[in-house]
Design a protein around this ligand. Structure first.
Ligand SMILES: *Cc1c(COP(=O)(O)O)cnc(C)c1O
Length: 390
């Protein structure tokens, strides 16, 4: 049998992150002392009251289909969150709960993009964005940024990338993989250009609550009615509530787009898991006391990692104000990121994600969602590895 794979599926790039990750896991399973900087999720447990709400829902028999776009109680809690924290007024009908923030992104792209459309994506990018655009049959248009601008797109760069076919601009602040956070003025300038050219913005705000040094985060939707009308916000429970495995994300969109996404979801996944949604209600309406504790811990690790990375000859790193990643520049070592990471894992048993996975071959992604002791051990090994290259 000769299997025919659809052009769209065949066009996807396999995930380099997963290759390194599975190798690191295999080494660990074989008893080797591997330090992992690959984590894309907090190393803290989901807060207890969230788990309790989910367990109660399960015990109460809340185990059947729910409305495809989520239970009304949760959509209302999400609309309340946007009102309370962002000053944005969404009706619950404009809110769609999906099976993870990733699924929310996919829904947005599938519901708004088609062959002939272009989607502007700044690099370094979260690796799924361009692949999702390809799955929709549309074309990713990459704007390259570097550490010289703290990995932020300038208004000039955005203007230069726009064509009559531009449909969507993807904004992710705080960013995965760089941790970079746009200032409100910078966000506004980019939003203004999209409004002027009538381009939709997909604003991935999943790291909204994970910021340091008093960085201010402001949603692009919040500057004016026109900005609001051009924006779809993607968010989720994975990061600030450490619920990656729960598979729960959400989005808020202008009414016609929300309606289209509701239809897409009703014919693909249907509702996200019923009892998990009850946990999510508790996440939004219950205590947020865990967050300052997590942030204090992340901040300590970030400072240590930032200073240590910059003390290694050949490595330079801009400090990042958000998420839980640093994105050091390795170009002076003379190695490209894939080679660097493969050899680092082989020789020193340290797993980092090569920047090439995010469209940036001169960098590594270092996640500090791991203990300070691990970070110290892993960066000492990285130091030794780089010094040994000479
Ligand atoms: C983690 C993440 C998401 C969503 O992850 P889910 O586990 O699907 O909720 C979305 N965007 C970015 C940039 C992320 O890092």
């Amino acid at each position: 049998m000769k299997y025919k794979i659809s052009e769209r599926a065949a066009s996807l790039s396999p995930s380099l992150t997963l290759t390194i990750d599975s190798k690191a896991k295999a080494m660990k399973a074989a008893g080797e002392d591997v330090v992992g900087f690959g984590a894309g999720e907090p190393d803290f447990d989901t807060p207890q009251h969230i788990k309790d709400a989910c367990a109660k829902a399960l015990a109460d028999g809340f185990t059947k289909y729910t409305p495809a776009s989520g239970i009304p109680e949760l959509r209302e809690a999400i609309a309340d969150k946007f009102k309370r924290e962002n000053g944005l007024t969404y009706k619950p009908s404009q809110v769609i709960v999906s099976c993870g923030g990733k699924h929310s992104c996919y829904n947005v792209i599938i519901a708004t993009c088609q062959p002939g459309d272009e989607v502007i994506i700044p690099s370094p990018y979260w690796l799924s964005y361009p692949e999702m655009v390809k799955l929709a049959g549309a074309k990713p248009v990459i704007i390259t940024t570097t550490d010289q601008t703290e990995f932020k797109v300038t208004p000039e760069q955005l203007r230069a990338a726009i064509t009559p076919n531009t449909r969507l601009f993807v904004l992710n602040s705080p960013s995965n993989p760089t941790g970079s956070v746009y200032t409100p003025a910078e966000i506004r300038a980019l939003g203004d250009i999209c409004v002027e050219h009538d381009i939709l913005i997909m604003s991935d705000e999943i790291y909204e609550h994970l910021v340091y040094d008093g960085a201010e985060v402001k949603s692009v939707a919040s500057f004016s009615q026109a900005h609001f009308d051009h924006t779809i916000i993607v968010h989720g429970f994975a990061k600030a509530w450490s619920m990656t495995g729960w598979r729960l994300g959400f989005l808020a969109a202008p009414e016609p787009i929300a309606k289209a996404i509701d239809a897409v979801q009703s014919h693909s996944t249907s509702n996200p898991t019923s009892f998990a949604q009850k946990g999510a209600v508790a996440a939004l309406t219950g205590s947020q006391e865990h967050l300052p504790k997590w942030l204090a811990e992340f901040a300590k690790r970030r400072t240590y990692a930032f200073e240590k990375l910059n003390s290694i000859p050949g490595i330079s790193c801009v400090n990042a104000k958000g998420a839980f990643y640093l994105f050091p520049n390795i170009s002076k070592t003379g190695l490209k990121s894939g080679d660097f990471c493969a050899r680092l894992l082989e020789q020193e048993k340290v797993a980092a994600v090569p920047g090439i996975a995010f469209g940036a071959d001169d960098y590594l992604r270092i996640s500090y969602a791991t203990s300070l002791a691990n970070i110290e051990k892993g960066l000492d090994r990285l130091d030794k590895f780089v010094r040994g290259l000479k």
